[in-house]
Design a protein around this ligand. Structure first.
Ligand code: HAM
Length: 420
């Protein structure tokens, strides 16, 4: 037990960490191109925040949250997603008082008590953005375009972008009535979960994975066919702007999303190669949430989150290789104690001049030191022994070409600066 990480969590060792750095840097870069700035919020929040935003009837809130009482008897939850905390922080820090929209991005661990499998963990990471303060369809298009450009920049060009509209309270009310009527006629063939959802959150029935339910609700009414004029115009505009930006998308009526705060635009970006956990990115508009969480009236929001683990899996499955940028400039192999002592001065000079360098810490043989130099991918190796110290000269070996040059030890910084 002591040497096993909790189920559903994973260590990110140096063999993987450089890949994380790469995708994180790319995400920062693309967010910055679109004018999004970083927001960091706590890993835990008051449980009530998620109940009110993600929704009381959702699987996340009902089954998946890591909730506990802290020592002060407060109800605390490790964040299962990034949006609620960002919206809470937007209100608390009065970011709405600045010129709008407020365009934020984040990279955060999230926690959901789910059955672990490839691309599904209990601690996972989200890269997300939230654009608050605009209810215009242009920002919906911008948010989707940002996700698409990010995927493009990391080498994923063929992901499927599916969009839908889940309506607003006005059209949803009428649609829900229709939906309930339809589902009431199906009570004999629906599973327990669907029967429960029928009354609490009928649109979620569409998301049921049970094949019998799916077979029996083939002619279920979809929200998008019952949009009010405002929602319909909004959705048309989003499509128009996306088309103008050459974003390939399909309209998928079945997208309902598993969180309660969505209104109007909802979207998912799918990769078909991780098996059942194929949604790499999910998002949508959440007008009304700011007010629902105690903020000012009339402030809209839209965003998405990408599952970082799923992103890395997708890259791997598409054979997109991320190169490890870590390469030591020079390895200093030493023979004897005098050379070892001298190597510390050289190392200090090199590192202060931003030339990365390493030496032996295990009193290895010269052969083993060369082997290690190879393993750490060093660009050059130099051997220093008593003779080199006495003559102030040593042989510098270029590890890629095996070319050897004699250099003055006392000028090693300059010699390397010329070569790197
Ligand atoms: P979500 O669809 O619940 O949306 O999660 C977003 C993404 O997080 C998923 O598409 C998936 O890639 C990843 N993800 C979710 N659960 C897991 C898990 N257990 N293991 C690994 N990856 C997972 C949200 O969370 C919304 N807050 C997105 C959003 C932002 N909507 C508006 N703004």
């Amino acid at each position: 037990m002591l040497t096993k990480a909790p189920r559903g969590t994973k260590d990110i060792t140096p063999k993987e960490a450089y890949k994380w750095n790469y995708v994180e840097n790319k995400f920062r870069e693309v967010c910055s191109l679109f004018g999004y700035e970083e927001m960091r919020t706590p890993v835990f929040e008051h449980t009530e925040l998620f109940k009110r935003s993600v929704g009381d009837t959702t699987d996340i809130v009902q089954k998946e949250m890591y909730s506990f009482k802290d020592k002060g008897e407060r109800d605390i939850t490790l964040k299962p997603e990034g949006t609620a905390g960002v919206v809470r922080a937007f209100i608390e820090n009065k970011l709405y008082a600045d010129t709008q929209p407020t365009k934020l991005f984040y990279m955060t661990p999230c926690f959901r008590y789910e059955r672990p499998q490839a691309g599904r963990q209990r601690q996972f990471h989200q890269f997300g953005i939230e654009a608050l303060g605009s209810d215009k369809p242009s920002i919906d298009a911008e948010v989707i375009a940002l996700a698409v450009q990010f995927f493009n920049e990391v080498g994923l060009k063929d992901l499927a972008v599916s969009i839908n509209s889940v309506g607003c309270p006005t059209c949803r009310e009428k649609y829900n009535a229709k939906l309930k009527e339809y589902l009431d006629s199906k009570v004999d063939v629906l599973c327990e979960t669907c029967l429960d959802r029928k009354d609490k959150n009928p649109m979620r029935v569409i998301d049921c994975k049970n094949p019998t339910c799916q077979e029996n609700i083939k002619d279920i009414p979809f929200m998008i066919d019952h949009l009010c004029e405002d929602c319909s115009t909004h959705f048309d505009k989003v499509k128009e702007y996306l088309t103008e930006m050459d974003v390939n998308f399909v309209v998928d009526k079945t997208i309902v999303r598993g969180l309660d705060y969505y209104k109007k635009t909802a979207f998912e970006i799918i990769s078909n190669d991780i098996g059942s956990q194929s949604t790499v990115c999910g998002g949508g508009r959440y007008d009304g949430l700011v007010e629902q969480l105690g903020g000012p009236k009339g402030l809209s929001g839209i965003g998405f989150a990408i599952g970082a683990e799923r992103l890395l899996l997708t890259l791997e499955n598409n054979n997109i290789e991320i190169k490890n940028p870590q390469a030591t400039d020079i390895y200093i192999a030493t023979i004897g104690e005098a050379a070892k002592i001298k190597s510390f001065k050289i190392l200090k000079d090199l590192r202060y001049n931003h030339i990365s360098s390493e030496n032996d810490h295990l009193d290895r043989s010269i052969k083993a030191q060369f082997k290690y130099s190879d393993k750490i991918n060093s660009k050059f190796t130099i051997v220093i022994g008593d003779d080199e110290l006495a003559n102030d000269t040593a042989t510098l070996k270029n590890m890629a070409t095996s070319e050897q040059t004699t250099i003055k030890l006392s000028e090693i910084v300059k010699e390397l600066q010329d070569r790197l």
